[in-house]
Design a binder for this molecule. Sequence first.
Ligand code: NOJ
Length: 499
Amino acid sequence: MLLFNMFRVVTIFALFAVFDRGCWATSYRFPDNFLFGSATSAYQIEGAWNESGKGESTWDRHTHTHPEMIIDGSNGDIACDSYHKYEEDIELLKYLGVDFYRFSLSWTRIFPSGFPDDINYEGINHYNKILNLLVANNITAMVTLFHWDLPQGLMAVGGMLNPRFVTFYTEYARTAFEHFGDRVQYWLTFNEPFQTCVFAYGDLMLAPALGISGIADYLCGHNLLKAHAAVYHLYNTTYRPKFKGKIGISISADWFEPNTTDDEVAAERIRQFWYGMYIQPVFSSKGDYPDVVKEYIAYHSSLEGYKQSRLPQFTPDEINYIKGTYDFMGLNHYSTYMASEAPNISLETSYYNDYQVSLSSAGDSIANDSNGLLEIVPWGFRKLLVWLKDTYDDPDIFVTENGINDLDDVIDDKRRISYYGQYLEALLEAIYIDNVNVIAYTIWSLMDNYEWYLGYTSKYGIYYVNFSDPDRPRIPKSSAHFIRNVFGNRTVVSYDKVD
Ligand code: NOJ
């Protein structure tokens, strides 16, 4: 009897331990054809901002003329110096055992002015060298055509607000497909439409920091969606038959959870404003912007005295042209926030006023709104994946970014390991319990890099980079070893949960 009781106690303890460790998820393996990778972007890592014929981008101009708009006054002139150290970067990828590498092309290395006139072949050769080395190492390339470093030459004519942006961007994409298409399996047209338009054209956070909220952000989004569709069609008709690759767009979507049961409508509304307005036109059989977005912007516009909605309209032909222009949904996900109804109406024209929702942090970890650390909320990732599946007819989802920041140089980054462990378990639950079609997963980021308006103060890398050393050495953090283990074993290996 005593023995039996002891057995019961041990079993109960063991069960608790298993549940506490993220339940059963660790016993699941990622499907055999599931892909693992890591990501970077050109401006954040390359440096060599004016070498080998490269033209000036909006980020070069913004950081050089307005260093006060960057938290540490820094810029990406050298960054991780990956323009010269790409061979070393590929060694890191080999150590991690990735299936693919997501990186972006710098438009102004290829067309220095942005206009499709003279190709800069030094830029073409640079990316050829990277692609050839990836092929030699059996690493699939996933290439983002546009990760925010717009040619300054195009900005001079309005950048993404100019309807001709669609043509310039399509010609740039054609050149990329022509030269690199034989070695690129996955293409992404744009990285994060929301941040591209709202933070850069509506707000002051990202270059060109126009700050024309509630107007420029909507114009930008409109042209971005048309440009995305044009490039999808170009690839689909002209290059897919030859190269057999796939093309999508990376949407950034954090999860918005209702603060109370009365806030469900508000939470759904902000989902539609932050990402639904870029997802629905492409991924839903309905096409077009979501009704709630159209209604709220039209209503606020009329209260403010506008004769028409500030949100441009798509014609029926445009709706059909944009609808269905994807092979997979790229998803960048980081954290979760609580959403509450904000009933007071402001008459100041602003994207943020249009949706009438206020946000607060989720959970009670060491992270909070004021210290700039992201919160670890794995259940939000799972809820988001289920919502995407249910709202958009079950697309193939390629997680193109997932990660967490540190504000100091932490080599033994236990919090990042805890984040990845829990988010990967949530992903396994979404795949096996909720049947969400997730086909790939990408770490953001391969190494610490230039975090836009936060300069070098917010670090997402699984490799540490010493930015005060001219050689920019890369040193693996504990999370690099953990990720190598996860990728190699195709399951979430054991880790300690910390907040
Ligand atoms: C999304 C962006 O694509 C990337 O450039 C950025 O560094 C990460 N989020 C982290 O903020």
